[in-house]
Design a protein around this ligand. Structure first.
Ligand SMILES: Nc1ncnc2c1ncn2[C@@H]1O[C@H](COP(=O)(O)OP(=O)(O)OP(=O)(O)O)[C@@H](O)[C@H]1O
Ligand SMILES: [Mg+2]
Length: 199
């Protein structure tokens, strides 16, 4: 079971785009994919649903429900009833508070789904903020993928994420694996602004 978070604490760098394409590619390879949408606006859920409906109806995503639905004491019973599909969506909602009782239960829920052999891979799209969800994921997932723009601010954020990884590694049995740093939108960026890499 492979678990990957797509994160950079910076908006608009392509987290959702890359998460969705990565998830979709894995599904096309025949992998069973759990996609966890931690974006409060549910951008990934919308994108996946649109692709599924427009292009590949045979792969239409199944929406498991919101994390909040599962973040309650009856969750194990709900999981037992749940019939996994080949491509399932697990969407976040507002007002989830990680690190509190229900937050711990959220991560337990995700963990149960990801380790239960329902899926070959779990992909987590995150918000640009270094919120409780992201911090929890630094402990919970095996891999991190960092999309970035070719600008100084993105480089600074990569440094910050790598520092957080070092801190998280102190409490992990195996280090968080940096699976990829993706410089996204370089051509678009340079055409749009004329800016260049400065370091
Ligand atoms: N390589 C690319 N080429 C052209 N457009 C792109 C590319 N990558 C992303 N975009 C566009 O840039 C916008 C931001 O991308 P996306 O939503 O994936 O970023 P994000 O990091 O998830 O943003 P947020 O931090 O708001 O969640 C979207 O409109 C997306 O379609
Ligand atoms: Mg996004």
């Amino acid at each position: 079971m492979k678990t990957s978070m797509v994160h950079l604490s910076k908006g608009g760098v392509g987290k959702t785009t890359i998460s969705v394409l990565y998830a979709w590619y894995q599904r096309r390879l025949g992998k069973r994919v759990l996609f966890v949408d931690f974006d409060m606006q549910c951008d990934s859920t919308k994108k996946i649903s649109r692709i599924a409906a427009d292009i590949y109806p045979e792969y239409a995503a199944t929406t498991i429900g919101t994390i909040l639905d599962f973040a309650d004491p009856s969750f194990p019973a709900k999981l037992a009833e749940f019939e996994p599909g080949p491509f399932d969506l697990f969407a976040s909602v507002e007002d989830i508070k990680f690190g509190q009782a229900e937050g711990e239960s959220v991560m337990t829920s995700v963990h149960a789904l990801t380790v239960s052999n329902h899926y070959d891979i779990a992909i987590f799209d995150t918000t640009p903020a270094l919120d409780e969800q992201a911090v929890a994921l630094f402990q919970a997932v095996g891999n991190i993928i960092m999309p970035m723009r070719p600008d100084d601010s993105s480089f600074d954020q990569i440094s910050i994420v790598l520092q957080l990884k070092s801190i998280a590694d102190q409490n992990r049995t195996t280090p968080l694996n940096v699976a990829g740093i993706i410089i996204n939108g370089m051509i678009v960026f340079r055409r749009a602004s004329g800016a260049h890499l400065t370091r």
